[in-house]
Design a protein. Structure first.
Length: 462
């Protein structure tokens, strides 16, 4: 059964039990679900029912479900539950999840949340809140297992059993000295295959890959993805271990960054809200500035056409091929830009590869241009001239259109791959140099090339 169908059946079942006031049955249904699924189901109920069902959950499930809820629903629940209930939820949360929730709440609720945490947790939360947004420090958790190099395997297991209950992961263990400097890393698997009296220093991995608290969170996510880590250590400026970033946090970062890139590449201001949660006014505000900028820049193409108005009057058939030429150029540039932006985001290419990328795209553009020109030449001659009996189409007109295709596609590929790389080099987000911008630039170039070639090739237009 598909998940949507199963979800609808669960909601109907819960509604039926609620009408009969069979709360024990609802509690049983919810206890068998994953917290992420419970959160999805709760979002479909009104506030009063949602609060009731939330109170039916165990402390552990309530905390895990609370993390998965939309920030608006989290805020609503915090307003309705008691301080005791709030404290029980907060006690079960990992520090990084608590920080994520606090960042979404208004100041009045932040005070209430902090008031219901113990002093140690409060200090950890405040420490994480001081890191810049989008930094590795802002998404790390200080809850990790640390060992000492002089410990035996038996000592290590004792420490894991004693402290691991409150840690976000116990599989990867980090070896530090008395000042918390990161010395090495080992895993529970390594500990299991060694004898109890083996010393950790003898088999720990000393070539540790880590990130700094001020490094970009996207870099941390890329490191986790590249090396297939379950967790990545985060150190401060003195290389003291202050936290770890787990793979679930990396997934969230990658999703956020991809969403932001998609929005920028389609000429929209990024927003953190989901589509249905974003108001009409906010959606307008995110789209209007870019559309205005693109509209104004597109007037240049109109100016170019106006400048060649007399030549178009002399041979009106040229006007019919302008949309095709502009669309093909824009599509070619868009292909190159999307490919290069993705390659840069994955670390496949950098500015050091600039000339290699340019040379490759120019050759690709030349081959694409030749192929499209050949097909277009036959199409214009057979369909437009022969079948539609258009006498204005001559061999030279056909040649001018096809030569324009070759040249504009080469230009489009060059612009599409070079602008994102140059933007990255000077510190701009390469996604800003997206398809709409490149299309506008390529449109103007296509017109200039088309009218230039037509004037040179076709008699009477020069």
């Amino acid at each position: 059964m598909e998940m949507t169908e199963l979800r609808e059946e669960l909601i109907e079942s819960i509604e039926a039990h609620y009408e009969k006031r069979e709360l024990s049955e609802i509690k049983l249904i919810l206890s068998e679900l994953n917290p992420a699924d419970i959160a999805e189901i709760l979002e479909d109920f009104p506030d009063n029912q949602r609060l009731l069902f939330f109170r039916l959950l165990s402390k552990e499930d309530a905390a895990d479900t609370f993390v998965e809820l939309d920030p608006d629903i989290q805020e609503s629940l915090i307003h309705k539950i008691s301080d005791t209930e709030l404290r029980e939820v907060l006690d079960e949360l990992y520090i990084d999840d608590a920080v994520d929730i606090i960042e979404e709440m208004p100041a009045t609720l932040v005070k209430r949340i902090l008031k219901n945490t113990d002093s140690e947790t409060r200090r950890s939360i405040n420490a994480l809140l001081k890191y810049p947004d989008d930094s590795a420090g802002s998404i790390m958790t200080p809850e990790f297992v640390d060992l000492k190099k002089g410990m035996t395997v038996e000592d290590a297991f004792k420490r894991i059993r004693r402290t691991g209950v409150d840690k976000e992961t116990i599989y990867t263990c980090y070896v530090t000295d008395e000042s918390r400097h990161l010395l090495g890393v080992t895993t529970v698997k390594e500990l299991l295959i060694h004898d109890y009296d083996d010393i950790i220093e003898d088999f720990m991995e000393t070539n540790v890959i880590y990130v700094n608290t001020l490094d970009d969170q996207e870099l941390a996510a890329q490191q986790l993805q590249k090396y297939d880590f379950l967790a990545l250590p985060v150190v401060d400026m003195e290389e003291r271990l202050v936290g770890i970033i787990t793979v679930d946090d990396a997934f969230d970062v990658i999703q956020e960054e991809n969403t932001e890139d998609i929005q920028k590449m389609n000429a929209m201001l990024p927003t953190e809200k989901t589509y249905l949660k974003t108001s009409v006014f906010e959606t307008w505000k995110s789209r209007f500035p870019w559309l205005l900028l693109l509209m104004v820049s597109a007037t240049f193409t109109g100016s170019i056409i106006t400048g060649f108005e007399e030549k178009l009057k002399a041979l009106t058939i040229l006007t019919a091929f302008i949309p095709m030429l502009m669309d093909t150029g824009g599509n070619s540039g868009g292909q190159a830009s999307v490919t290069i932006i993705r390659a840069m985001s994955l670390g496949e290419v950098g500015f050091r590869d600039y000339f290699r990328v340019i040379w490759k795209e120019i050759r690709v553009g030349f081959y694409c241009g030749l192929s499209l020109a050949a097909v277009n030449f036959i199409k214009i001659w057979v369909v437009d001239k022969t079948l539609f009996k258009n006498d204005e189409i001559t061999l030279l007109v056909d040649l001018a259109i096809c030569l324009t295709l070759v040249i504009e596609i080469v230009f489009a590929k060059f612009i599409g791959c070079s602008l994102p790389m140059l933007a990255k080099k000077i510190g701009f987000d390469p996604a800003v140099m997206s398809s709409p911008f490149i299309t506008t630039i390529v449109d103007a170039i296509s017109l200039l090339v088309f009218f230039g070639i037509s004037s040179a090739v076709i008699p009477g237009l020069s």
